[in-house]
Unconditional design. Structure first.
Length: 406
């Protein structure tokens, strides 16, 4: 196995064209690579102890280049030059991984610039190789992953439960207080309340980008967004009732992808959870908040919606926000009874703040409430949970914890 190509077929070794080729400088590394090949059940592999010159000679004789090529640079005085010679005899599709003993950032960056997919410092382990070589997809795992924003979905158990109030004020807090760049997307296409709460009017930007999803680019989306300050941007629509929805399946996914490239958080008010756009939003959410209240109906809907949100491929971590959009009365479900019925704990309970919220909404301003455990303190705690920061003040009326950290 160290000097010949082999295939694992019923326990026998057969000579075949290799998809995985490695030339290494020592027996220990050779044995680790053999163990990796056997564990991954790679059907066509060639592992040998030899120099980079021998690797070049071997590849030159092949009718086709391998998918993965690992070369040991231990004895190479001029690794960049040697890899350049290797590149001349390889097809462009070959994924090259360098192996060496120098933990040298400068060398690593130089290798990446000439097209080497990764550089591994010895001693190798099977686990390290598994993290580097994705045999299932036939690709070397990227050295760096693109940093993207988080998509946060807000759903409610019924109309008037306070989804937009909580989602929009969280977006405003993240933008103004924690200095995140935030995009707010309101999926109520016939005119959601978000613009009214900010004192603005919709430019139908959401309708525009959904209709033209096939030709979107970052500049197009940036021009469509409505700015509210320097860090909060809106994407909303206000189409006529009964009008044909201006989008095709999959359109929202492209919009979310572009927004996540430019914003720390993309907060989505999904409106009707069963609507096609809302389902797309939930399918791409990295975190979800379910807003409910202390009614029997909301308690029942919480059970159904939690199952609906979490029974999808992305399985977004979901937390419950127990809101009090109206004054608490004796007929309301008690928090402990709510949690017992739903089988989940509540992340936060938001207290009833009729005057402060009504005044803020009518004036298009942020709520002025400054009372302990009031609305603004609740928003601060939700933001702290989301960003992973410790809230500076205030305590939740219910024990603060999330079902799963997002």
């Amino acid at each position: 196995m160290s000097t010949t190509e082999f295939s694992l077929i019923k326990g026998k070794s057969v000579v075949r064209a290799a998809d995985f080729i490695a030339f290494v400088a020592d027996r220990q590394t050779e044995q680790v690579l053999k163990a990796f090949v056997l564990e991954q059940a790679l059907p066509h592999a060639h592992i040998a102890v030899g120099s980079i010159d021998e690797a070049i000679s071997h590849v030159t004789k092949l009718e086709r280049s391998p998918q993965f090529l690992l070369v040991d640079l231990h004895d190479s005085a001029m690794p960049l030059s040697d890899l350049g010679r290797l590149a001349e005899v390889c097809e462009p599709s070959v994924q090259v991984i360098g192996i060496g003993e120098r933990n040298d950032v400068g060398l690593f960056r130089s290798l990446l610039k000439i097209g080497v997919h990764d550089y591994l410092v010895k001693p190798l382990t099977v686990e390290l190789l598994k993290r580097t070589v994705n045999t299932a997809d036939g690709k070397v795992t990227p050295v760096t992953l693109t940093r993207t924003g988080k998509t946060i979905a807000f759903a409610g158990t019924r109309g008037g439960v306070g989804v937009t109030t909580l989602a929009l004020n969280l977006a405003r807090h993240l933008a103004d207080t924690t200095h995140r760049r935030v995009a707010y997307v309101d999926l109520n296409l016939t005119g959601g309340a978000a613009n009214c709460m900010l004192g603005t009017q919709s430019n139908n930007g959401l309708s525009d980008v959904l209709e033209n999803a096939h030709r979107l680019d970052p500049q197009y989306v940036e021009r469509t967004l409505m700015a509210n300050g320097s860090r909060l941007f809106m994407l909303t629509a206000d189409i006529d009732y009964g009008a044909e929805p201006p989008y095709k399946p999959g359109a929202l996914a492209r919009v979310i992808e572009l927004l996540c490239d430019s914003f720390h958080y993309v907060i989505i008010d999904i409106g009707n959870p069963s609507a096609p756009l809302s389902q797309e939003a939930l399918n791409h959410a990295s975190r979800a908040y379910l807003v409910t209240d202390r009614s029997v109906h909301s308690t029942r809907e919480s059970i159904r919606l939690l199952r609906y949100i979490e029974n999808r491929d992305n399985n977004p971590p979901t937390s419950i926000l127990l809101n009090n959009p109206s004054a608490v009365s004796a007929g309301k479900v008690q928090p402990n009874d709510f949690m017992s019925a739903v089988g989940r704990s509540v992340l936060h309970e938001i207290q009833f703040e009729a005057k402060a919220l009504a005044t803020a909404e009518n004036l298009g301003e942020a709520p002025k409430d400054k009372t302990p455990n009031g609305f603004n303190q609740a928003i601060t705690r939700i933001a702290s949970d989301l960003t992973g920061q410790q809230a500076a003040t205030g305590r939740s009326l219910l024990r603060k914890f999330s079902l799963r950290r997002g």
